[in-house]
Design a protein around this ligand. Structure first.
Ligand code: PGA
Length: 256
């Protein structure tokens, strides 16, 4: 059985004060859910900006909520101004790391090869890589969704050591749905997720069965339950709505 995962990608948002309030609200809400028996066994994680990771570690280390970086460097250490390494992520208690988010690919020119290197580095270090994939609007309109997503995933399957992929999580995030308020329909999401699982099965049946595939792209409290109902949808990667405690808690409930 795959344990659902709901992860909040805070992107470049927040202040010491808002991060503190967000974490307080989140942990209080999740504790209450547990007391009331409202949420089954799910995993919850947050991806703060790297500058808040120490603060998040302090606040979450005695809870069940995990945390991670939004990106890591392809290199191990050294003269890479502005970057953070896998070892640094581990040093600050990160359990997961986002890799290949569409904003990294589109704004910072990350290639499939960079993404494969990062997944491998993270996986070998014992971090859970959350590999983000997804098609642009143009690619969807041209009927190329499966092809684009397959290319992005195959680049990782071919170029990352198999031992680095044992805990891999994939986030299917159609680019046209990220931050736009447009969401894939539950049918579109399930269809894409099933195609991804099929692709993984061609590679390794065990991997296909165990790999969690999250949906991302304008997930909100109001649409989470219907999206998560898909047989191959194992939770969500949530941007905007993860900054709103109540909305994020509603999404967590929908996954449990
Ligand atoms: P969104 O972002 O929920 O704001 O669309 C999702 C993401 O970028 O991971």
């Amino acid at each position: 059985m795959r344990k659902p995962l709901v992860a909040g990608n805070w992107k470049m948002n927040g202040s010491r004060e808002s991060v503190s309030a967000l974490i307080d609200g989140l942990t209080t809400g999740l504790t209450q859910f547990a007391k009331d028996g409202l949420v089954n066994d799910i995993e919850v994680a947050v991806f703060p900006s790297a500058v808040f990771v120490q603060q998040v570690e302090n606040a979450l280390s005695s809870t069940n909520v995990a945390w991670g970086l939004q990106n890591i460097c392809t290199a191990e250490s050294g003269a890479y101004t502005g970057e953070a390494s896998v070892a640094m992520a581990k040093d600050f208690g990160c359990k997961l790391v986002l890799v290949g988010h569409s904003e990294r690919r589109a704004i910072y020119g990350e290639t499939d090869a960079d993404v494969a290197t990062k997944v491998e580095r993270a996986g070998l270090a014992g971090l859970v890589p959350v590999l983000c994939v997804g098609e642009s609007l143009e690619e969807r309109q041209e009927g190329r969704t499966d092809e684009v997503v397959a290319r992005q995933i195959k680049a990782v399957l071919k170029n990352s050591a198999p031992e680095s992929l044992t805990e891999l999580v994939i986030a299917y995030e159609p680019v046209w749905a990220i931050g736009t308020g447009l969401t894939a329909t539950p049918e579109q999401a399930q269809e894409a997720h099933a195609a991804i699982r099929g692709l993984l099965a061609e590679h390794d049946a065990d991997m296909a069965a165990r790999t969690r595939i999250l949906y991302g792209g304008s997930v909100k409290g109001s649409n989470a339950a219907e999206i998560f109902a898909g047989a191959d949808v194992d939770g969500g990667l949530v941007g905007g709505a993860s900054l709103d405690v109540q909305d994020f808690l509603t999404i967590c409930r929908a996954a449990g």
